[in-house]
Ligand binder design. Sequence first.
Ligand code: AMP
Length: 286
Amino acid sequence: MRQITDISQLKEAIRQYQSEGKSIGFVPTMGFLHEGHLTLADKARQENDVVVMSIFVNPAQFGPNEDFEAYPRDIERDAALAENAGVDILFTPDAHDMYPGKKNVTIHVERRTGVLCGRSREGHFDGVAIVLTKLFNLVQPTRAYFGLKDAQQVAVVDGLISDFFMDIELVAVDTVREEDGLAKSSRNVYLTAEERKEAPKLYRALQTSAELIRAGERDPEAVIKAAKEIIDTTSGTIDYVELYSYPELEPVNKIEGKIILAVAVAFSKARLIDNIIIDIREMERI
Ligand code: AMP
């Protein structure tokens, strides 16, 4: 594995791969790697000739009162894990190279951002779209791998790729969980011992609601209420528990088609998100 920080060196390596006709699988991350990230890398390994992973804690996607400074970082450990996962290039750019001087152009994401994390984290998805456009231009991936833990991000990236005619196949990967159901996240290290015990209730709440849907409930409010009741028994503060169509993220009066039930809960030092996506048509066929 090569670790590259310099942008021109990355471009050179990509040109080389392209001249050899190799397919490139790309896994963008913010580091502090866990099994979720490594599952994306595994999948990229299986489906492409080479794998490029980036680690970049992107300042543009953090709000002024968010945890940019405190975001956990451990590049040495990450490099060992990435190498073990079969990553060929680990791209670790510097912020001043990714954002040199004043920007000439910005990107504003119009759709799929007025709800969920897009509503509570103003500008977050603009920052995501900007950095991914830069990274996609640098890496020129055949396929890019994203986790459904961040399902709104997947929906936004889907819109970005299609609006700008990017020749990239978006691969969405199921959420990887701890044994007790808690979605793996770099931010889990900031849960206190007490909060860590409560945190699996997020997924339990989602599962309980999914059960209701499976039993025939089609009223979004009833499903949301059931999830809220469980999350309310934690010490966290609910940011949202919402249900939308997926991937359009539009409100629904009745549960049908493909929907997402998503939650965000703020604990003392970590804000956790989780979701489940249910395709009612598939459920009804079973
Ligand atoms: P992050 O480093 O948090 O920006 O995440 C990088 C990528 O890994 C994103 O596409 C995330 O959706 C994905 N990811 C993070 N946690 C998980 C997880 N528990 N399961 C699957 N993918 C994940």
